[in-house]
Design a protein around this ligand. Structure first.
Ligand code: RFL
Ligand code: PHB
Length: 412
């Protein structure tokens, strides 16, 4: 029987009775961990979230902006979508820019009515934190030395240090939702896991500014100077990116330099309309493709960035995390409500089929849109590929159906 807290909110064990047993321990309070925790809670499945950082730190990370319909559906099922449905912006298309022109991908027309929602990951995380704070499920933030144990046996546990005290929580299952640098994947014996990786020779310099977006829809730009992306969070908040050398530091990029470089990579009529202003956040992110196989190790599952990373060019990372959550949520629901222990072993295969397709799309978009070398041959090939795909309805449909998100596989 789990010891549940009587107080609401993310509190540590120092000021309340410590939890010693629960059904599912979730490591990491990013979007994967919070969404899984909430969906399990609504099914009456007891869970504890253990997070290494503080709530403010988790909320300070500016990341994804584009949600597939499957991700939106899950947030609604989690009853955490009220603000998304009110403040998010439905996008029916986006543009690919190359050779000084723009070609629109009409997502809605090409996919039989599917669209995406522009709503920031920070807001998704905040909404999920808020619903968790109102529930009786417990979250422990600022936990040190988090460690999963005995997941190949019948009685796994997770230990951690909080306020100088070491704690251990027994559980039935562990969900490793702790991102690429987390402990869950690293605690798997090396002979039980296979890693696939591609590191790209450039990064994305991202800027958030309180300026109206240059366009109503996202623009992904191929240019001989390098890739650029025009995105947004709202009608008054823009998010822009330019490809930059990996070794660059944000201090080397004054706001003026950033705006000048962005303008140079956009078609002139778009550049002309760009409204600039002081940056309110500026960061450089490396680009990586990465997959860990399998994604289940006895009674421990890897979920989201803990198991796979995609370069952000296809807007797939958060959405893939959500589809893992969908699969694990249904497997655990059927395990607890119908006694279906047979489904546990299917988690990895179901997830990886979708993961590899999103890996392929993200890698392909990255390859087609970024500058990899000074060789002008590569630039011409990219332009030919963009021209070929955007002129053909089959080509546009391929891009659109991947961008809105491939269907989820049913769990039964
Ligand atoms: P997260 O968000 O990394 O959360 C993991 C959490 O685990 C905690 N943690 C630990 N907790 C306990 N013990 C430990 N030992 C721990 N180690 C780590 C961390 O503090 C953290 O709170 O993983 P999660 O939940 O799987 O979510 C994945 C998404 O964050 C990620 O895929 C997306 O942000 C990727 N991404 C995008 N995805 C999209 O779907 N659409 C987009 O438009 C999009 N744009 C982006 C992106 C990622 C970017 N960057 C910076 C990598 C744009 C960028 C620039
Ligand atoms: C973002 O708004 O941060 C964003 C949008 C689309 C992407 C990547 C990032 O493909």
């Amino acid at each position: 029987m789990a010891v549940l807290p009587q107080r609401k909110g993310p509190v540590g064990p120092s000021d309340m009775k410590p939890v010693t047993k629960t059904q599912v321990v979730i490591i990491g309070a990013g979007p994967s961990g919070l969404l899984l925790g909430r969906l399990l809670e609504l099914q009456g499945i007891d869970n504890l979230i253990i997070e290494a950082k503080s709530p403010d730190y988790v909320l300070s990370r500016i990341r994804a902006g584009v949600l597939e319909q499957g991700t939106q559906m899950l947030l609604r099922e989690a009853r955490a979508a009220e603000r998304m449905d009110r403040e998010g912006h439905v996008h029916e298309g986006f543009a690919l820019s190359f050779l000084g022109k723009m070609e629109r991908i009409d997502l809605k027309a090409l996919t039989g009515g599917k669209t995406v929602m522009v709503y920031g990951q920070t807001e998704v995380t905040k909404d999920l934190m808020d619903v968790r704070a109102q529930s009786c499920m417990k979250s422990i933030y600022d936990a040190d030395e988090v460690m999963p144990h005995d997941f190949y046996g019948e009685r796994p546990s997770v230990s951690f240090t909080k306020d100088g005290h070491r704690h251990t929580v027994d559980c039935d299952y562990i969900a490793g939702c702790d991102g690429f640098h987390g402990i869950a994947r690293k605690s798997v014996p090396v002979d039980k896991i296979k890693l696939f990786e591609r590191v790209y020779p450039f990064g994305w310099l991202g800027v958030l500014s309180r300026t109206p977006p240059v366009s109503d829809e996202l623009i992904y730009a191929n240019h001989e100077r390098g890739f650029a992306l025009c995105s947004m969070r709202s009608s008054t908040l823009s998010r822009y990116y330019v490809q930059c050398p990996l070794e660059d530091k944000t201090e080397e990029w004054s706001d003026d330099r950033f705006w000048e470089e962005l303008r140079a990579r956009l078609p002139s009529d778009v550049a002309h309309h760009l409204v600039t202003g002081p940056s309110i956040e500026k960061s450089i992110a490396p680009l990586r493709s990465f997959v860990a196989e399998p994604m289940q190790f006895g009674r421990m599952f890897l979920v989201g960035d803990a198991a796979h990373i995609v370069p952000p060019t296809g807007a797939k990372g958060l959405n893939l995390a959500a589809s893992d959550v969908y699969t694990l949520y249904h497997i655990l629901r059927k395990r607890y409500q119908e006694g279906r222990t047979d489904l546990i072993a299917r988690y990895s295969d179901i997830c990886l089929r979708r993961v590899w397709k999103a890996e392929r799309f993200s890698w392909w978009m990255t390859s087609m849109l970024h500058k990899f070398s000074d060789d002008p041959f590569n630039q011409r090939i990219q332009e030919a590929e963009l021209d070929y795909f955007t002129r053909s309805e089959a080509g546009r449909t391929t891009i659109a159906e991947n961008y809105v998100g491939l269907p989820y596989e049913r769990v039964d």
